[in-house]
Design a binder for this molecule. Sequence first.
Ligand code: AMP
Length: 621
Amino acid sequence: MFPATEPQSLIQLFSYWASCAPNKAAMIAPARLPLTYKNLLILSQHIREQLNSMGLSSGSRIASILPNSPEAAVAFLAVSSCASFAPLNPNCTDAELERYLSDLKPNALLVLSNSNSAMRIFIAQRFNIPVIELIPELSHGAGSFSLRGDTGLPAINSDFASAADIALLLYTSGSTAKAKLVPILQQAICQTCISVAKFMGLTEQDCCLNALPLFHTHGLVSGVLVPLAAGGSCVSISEFQAETFVAYLQAYDPSWYPASPTVHRMILEQIKKTPGFQTNPSLRFIRSGSAPLAVALINELENILKVPVIEPYGMTEVVHISSNPMPPGIRKQGSVGISYGHCKISVINDMGQNVPSMIEGEVVVQGPTVIRAYSDNDAANRDAFCAQGFRTGDLGYLDEDGYLFITGRIKEIINRGGEKISPYEVDQVLLAHPAVKEAVTFSVPHATLGENVAAAVVLTEKNPVEAEALRHYVRQKLAAFKVPYRIVISDHLPKSPVGKVQRHKMAAYFAEQLCPQDSKSSRQHSTLPPTQVQKQLLAIWQALLNIESVGIDDNFLALGGNSLLAMQFIAQVNTQFQVDFPLQLLFEAATVAELSAHLEALLKQQNRQVSLTIKALPRQH
Ligand code: AMP
């Protein structure tokens, strides 16, 4: 791929491909001209000059809060080639943003130049953090933008970041309420994406269709950088919608796409509903990461798409650890494959000793792409490293051929279909409520998400509060995917003989209180016939969740709803009822009964007769 030495920094990577194939498309987006490698390099140079004029350079931390878009993808490429780029979840709450900013202390916050950024700007200013606005340049290549801002710092003249500088700063769910900050060096990110591209046999002809979130390594590295490492192209989509994704799959001739298991399931369901769907002959493979992919889902995807499903294993701290090889290499079902070569995988027992193959233990990794330390977190660093390297917190075993099988987890993270939640963070929010005396957040097995989030609380005697009111309270403080679908109010929490709450036993202990909303047979159905609005909402839910019968009291989150399905649900509600229903409401009023009450009130406010305004839109198949 590279004749002499491999690029050690992002700018070296872009420069290499800009010299080999200047007019080749690096970034592609719907309704936009392609951004060529030559123009990606020019844009990066321009952004460096703009940042320098604001006093920012390779030592600066630039946080961003940008909606998923081609601009967010290119901002990652251009800004992280000049400075340490810290992309934050654009759907985080204002309270979470405050916590991130006070911890990260960035030199500037990058926001999209539009009215939706007003509150984010206000928060940054309260923390004395200068704001830089990203202005999309729609007539230029996909994702092009310029910057506007004044940091108050004197202008400097500084070069691009080099091998030992930090390219990315990412938050990962911690084992305390404090999220851990992961610094990824230029050298490590280049080595990772080049070795993945080589391992997958990618070339300049390959094109990746990427709709993954752009504040996590899966979207940023697998979706954007890996295709560029091979001199190929990346089609960048703003927000994931299963219907448009499947249309792009047919329109853009991608050779591969990455997704999490939840998104793969949504794509599969959409493909099944698409009349005359034919796999594009350009498609070579698909990739799944972030969470375990069920063997049944792999088989279904392979049967329908007629291409191999490749499942890698990685984490923010070591972006890529292992993967099953591409055919004709041997893929083992249930395994996350073999090491990429740059990563040495060991399995250790409780005493920190290596165990032989086929014996389960904690997975530990070592190599140049493993982070050296978390930023500003001595406690986390003490726990994370041992003689054999970085402790992943995952349980697994290696077979005789060196294939890794992940069997469980030591760390107390909840993996909700690929979205990670620290139960400690949710506990802290619940404990801050004046009515809550004790709280424990825990994982509940879920058929399609793998795991769901629930919590149990003990209340103080003086402050009665409803479980739903507590859920709404949590929603004000935390991003939607972290909110427990069910909060059980109990008079005590079961404890170990030494008085410790045993998180892993909670799902079984509270099974009865948690079950009614999860099990189909016992779901409550109102005795009253559903109203016209409720019927419409039920039909949308059933189609999106792919469940035959949904009751008006069923909880969207309990049935497997996630952030992506929520966006699709709200988009359909807004089209069908001609309203502007906020996404936020779905997480506060998560049942059809509650939602219809809000919707009917909204329609009444607008003085509209429901039966006259509902458009008779066909159900999607
Ligand atoms: P994150 O830091 O958000 O990327 O999360 C990393 C964690 O996701 C890992 O430590 C695993 O627990 C889980 N994970 C990632 N990929 C896989 C996979 N292919 N199979 C099982 N778990 C996975």
